[in-house]
Design a protein around this ligand. Structure first.
Ligand code: FAD
Length: 449
């Protein structure tokens, strides 16, 4: 009896329910990864490199158990039936994917496999999207009630998959394209590295609740790129957190599950506004759109914390959450650019780039998400910098032109006695004016003017 285990967003061997299911009864397991060009098309170099390096790390880990990860290029709806025909496999096992692309792809693969069942066990979440419903039978729109229901529902203990006990099968494979991780990506790929990384983050978790909003302190876990590729499952993290008194970290993990749940119920929100109000605002177009978007993307807006974040994104493929919220608000409210442009840039560069968390993180920051973060709450880029990067440590790390500035000028370089240092731009817009204009446009829209 031979079965295929098709890896997707579950690039690990431990706590892997689909591996357990595939190996049940002593069946031979053929580990497969399909390089699907369509999935990597929106990804930039950092993100592609992170995915490929994570696939390679899985291959290395399988090699330690004498197994070969079979990598094939192409459309999964063609590759899977071919692999099944080549190897005589009788079942294909997967962890469920709840994204719109994944669902459509899996439906096509299921059809292409015909008689050979595509068996789903587990998902990248502790409570699978779609499982929790409100009293009226709908998906949750607001986080806090979702969170309560999520805690009440609970989750399983980590699955006891054991790669040393699996009988691994083999088949001819294509090469994994080599992709060096850019020097800025400071994480080591793979499940073992992810577990070491998590153990280290867990050691610092006592400071998480108070320090998580401070980009200068770098006090968050940076676990998101591992969760994205499934090198770790959140069940593993929650089991380690079970005796921890502080719920701040658990709550953030629930946000990831909430957004996946919202996207599951409302797949159109991947592209469209979850709440319609801001759709009709007078967004910039043409040359102004290009100019604003380019300055923002390059970290050259003249607002230090915004620029620091955008440069961190390009260098590391990651950005601190507080700064993600600020740069998102700034692009939309201050620069008048529709959120979808910014979300696309994020998904191109983030190594944790995830459709659900990203599109809904954007919609929340902009004020059109399902839960009512009001449109009129507009982040002030200078106040945010003073509060969350008080000494300018994070700004100096990412914006070298400003390193010589001290005191108030690090947050407001235009107030330095001789103006912003050479090479650093003056503010691209006046925040106070843009804020007033954004609010006016919003009120006009609501009043139907
Ligand atoms: P920690 O603070 O250590 O949190 C632990 C984990 O909880 C994270 O790894 C993540 O899985 C989850 N989490 C924390 N905050 C959030 C949140 N607000 N929403 C959803 N999950 C959360 N996260 C992504 O994983 N991929 C994205 O593409 C993404 N895009 C975003 C875009 C915007 C505009 C905003 C405001 C947020 C976005 N986030 C995204 C959420 C959040 O910024 C990151 O998950 C977090 O910064 C990752 O760093 P960390 O692992 O150190 O987080």
């Amino acid at each position: 009896d031979r079965r295929v285990l098709w890896f997707r967003r579950d690039l690990r061997l431990l706590d892997h329910p689909a591996l357990l299911a595939a190996a049940e009864g002593g069946a031979e397991v053929l580990p497969l990864y399909v390089l699907d060009e369509r999935l990597l098309a929106p990804a930039g170099p950092n993100r592609v490199a992170w995915v490929l390096a994570s696939v390679r790390a899985l291959a290395d880990e399988l090699a330690e158990h004498g197994a070969t990860l079979v990598v094939r290029h192409g459309d999964p709806a063609e590759v899977l039936p071919a692999v099944v025909a080549d190897t005589g496999a009788r079942e294909v096992h997967i962890s469920a994917d709840h994204g719109p692309y994944g669902r459509a792809r899996d439906a096509r693969v299921r059809e292409a496999l015909g008689e050979v069942p595509l068996v789903e066990t587990g998902s990248p979440y502790v409570v699978s999207p779609g499982r929790l419903l409100t009293g009226s039978g709908n998906g949750y729109q607001v986080f806090t009630p979702y969170y309560r229901a999520w805690l009440a529902h609970g989750w399983r203990a980590p699955a006891e998959s054991d790669p040393t006990q699996v009988v691994w099968a083999s088949a001819p494979a294509d090469e994994i394209p080599s992709a060096e991780l850019p020097p800025g990506v400071r994480l080591e790929p793979g499940e073992s590295a992810a577990r070491r990384h998590w153990a280290e983050a867990l050691g610092r978790i006592a400071d998480y609740a108070t320090a998580r909003d401070r980009p200068d302190l770098d006090a968050t876990s940076r676990i998101s790129p591992y969760l994205k590729v499934g090198a770790l499952h959140p069940r593993t993290l929650l089991a380690d957190l079970a005796d921890h008194p502080d719920e701040a970290f658990r709550r953030e993990l629930a946000f990831r599950e909430f957004y996946a749940d919202v996207l599951h119920h409302r797949p159109e929100t991947a592209r469209d506004y979850a709440r319609p109000e801001p759709r009709g605002l007078p967004y910039v177009t043409g040359a102004a759109l290009r100019e604003h978007l380019d300055a923002w993307a390059a970290g050259r807006t003249g607002y230090p914390l915004v620029d620091a974040g955008m440069r961190q994104l390009l260098a590391e493929g990651w950005m601190h959450n507080r700064v993600r919220m600020l740069v998102a608000s700034f692009l939309v409210k201050d620069l008048g650019v529709e959120w979808t442009h910014g979300a696309r840039h994020f998904l191109r560069h983030l190594i944790d780039g995830d459709l659900a968390s990203n599109q809904h993180g954007w919609q929340w920051a902009v004020g059109c998400g399902t839960d009512a973060a009001p449109y009129f709450r507009i982040f002030n880029p200078t106040t945010q910098a003073r509060t969350f990067d008080p000494d300018g440590t994070y700004i100096r790390r990412w914006v070298p032109e400003l390193r010589s500035l001290t005191g108030k000028a690090i947050h407001e370089p235009w107030t330095a006695p001789s103006g912003p240092p050479d090479g650093y731009p003056p503010p691209i817009v006046d925040h106070a004016e843009q804020r007033a204009a954004a609010l006016e446009a919003y009120h006009a829209l609501r009043a139907g003017r």
